[in-house]
Design a protein around this ligand. Structure first.
Ligand SMILES: Cc1cc2nc3c(=O)[nH]c(=O)nc-3n(C[C@H](O)[C@H](O)[C@H](O)COP(=O)(O)OP(=O)(O)OC[C@H]3O[C@@H](n4cnc5c(N)ncnc54)[C@H](O)[C@@H]3O)c2cc1C
Length: 317
């Protein structure tokens, strides 16, 4: 359970304070506003605030005086067109603010996305919670033999149990030492009145990267979709992908038409190089093309095979 009773009570209280507004709202997103959507073992994503909806994208694209909406089908067609042709600025008119609780090693990948506004929980000012990420058994995988940035088969038996023990023990021991160096319990009382305790800004350097941190993260829809195109992709590390998948659900609730356009024209689409396109055209003309005479290197060829979904040995005829 990622939230304490007090934290859940604060969220419940915030959800009770409904206000009337002239601003457009996204009803499905209102349903989950402020609520923590669990991710990994102790993490979450929750939407704190947002601005705009599908109609705001249309409104900006048409620079209209009212809501900009014509027929739903016309709006859908326009949003699809904007997505397809990378007319991006109308998507920047929508903004969303998240509260995210995530392991520090995931935060390090995430923070590389520079187009968001971020405010992180201060471990100089406050004491981090005793919470570490421990992968579920099905995510405890070996190093991939073919991809240096990927995972291979799932570990099993004694090896899996031993790895989990090491992860748990190291994180626990480091946290215990952190608490000892701080000389402070969770309530701020001195553990040993005879000691001064090390400054929080120094003691934190002993924590493992699996320790959870938190931040507020605000971004416009265009840059959020860029983030999701990289981090909800099958090639992204599972742990950050788990967050991206949860956020994709919030995008579906917020801007359902833009979300579908994103799935159709970005996430589910592939880019073919000029050479790949030539290969496809040769195949469509009935030619049987093999990798050596395709003009593609082996990796590009494998990517084309995967993108087109044809089995090796059946490449046009
Ligand atoms: C599968 C994967 C593997 C990765 N491996 C590594 C790795 O091994 N090592 C590593 O260091 N990183 C790695 N990264 C991180 C990657 O290189 C990017 O830093 C990260 O994905 C953020 O992408 P971005 O710059 O497009 O995003 P953002 O920072 O959100 O920027 C969005 C866009 O804004 C523009 N932009 C933003 N800031 C600037 C700027 N200062 N100058 C010019 N244009 C700007 C660019 O067009 C950019 O594409 C990896 C990422 C992925 C998805």
């Amino acid at each position: 359970m990622p939230l304490s009773t007090d934290q859940q009570a604060e969220i419940d209280q915030a959800r009770e304070g409904a206000t009337k507004t002239l601003r457009p709202i996204a009803p499905a997103l209102e349903e989950i506003l402020f609520q923590a959507l669990p991710v990994l073992d102790h993490g979450f994503v929750r939407v704190i605030d947002y601005m705009g909806d599908d109609a705001a994208i249309v409104q900006a694209a048409r620079v209209s005086y009212g809501r900009g909406t014509k027929k739903v089908s016309e709006d859908r067609g326009l949003i699809n067109y904007l997505m397809r042709h990378r007319h991006t600025t109308p998507f920047e008119m929508c903004e969303i603010k998240y509260h995210v609780k995530l392991p520090i090693f995931v935060a390090r990948q995430w923070i590389r996305h520079r187009t968001a506004n971020v405010n992180e929980y201060s471990a100089r000012y406050s004491i981090l919670d005793r919470e570490f990420y421990l992968p579920a058994p099905e995510h405890l995988a070996a190093q991939s033999a073919v991809n240096r940035q990927g995972r291979g088969d799932v570990l099993s038996g004694d090896e899996a149990a031993h790895v989990l023990d090491l992860l748990r023990e190291d994180a626990t021991r480091c946290y215990d030492h952190y608490a000892e160096m701080l000389n402070e319990d969770a309530a701020g009382e001195a553990l040993d009145p005879a000691r001064q305790g090390l400054a929080r800004e120094l003691a934190r350097m002993n924590l493992t990267l699996s320790t959870y941190t938190q931040w507020y993260w605000k971004i416009d829809l265009y840059n959020l979709l860029n983030f999701l195109s990289l981090r909800a992709d099958a090639h992204a590390q599972y742990e950050i992908r788990a967050y991206a998948t949860a956020m994709l659900g919030t995008v579906a609730a917020w801007v359902p038409v833009a979300h579908q356009a994103f799935l159709d024209y970005r996430l589910g689409a592939v880019t073919l190089s000029a050479q790949m396109l030539t290969v496809v055209r040769r195949m469509l003309a009935g030619e049987s093309v093999e990798q050596p005479d395709s003009g593609l290197n082996r990796r590009e060829w494998a990517e084309l095979v995967a993108a087109l979904g044809f089995s090796d040995g059946k490449r046009g005829s």
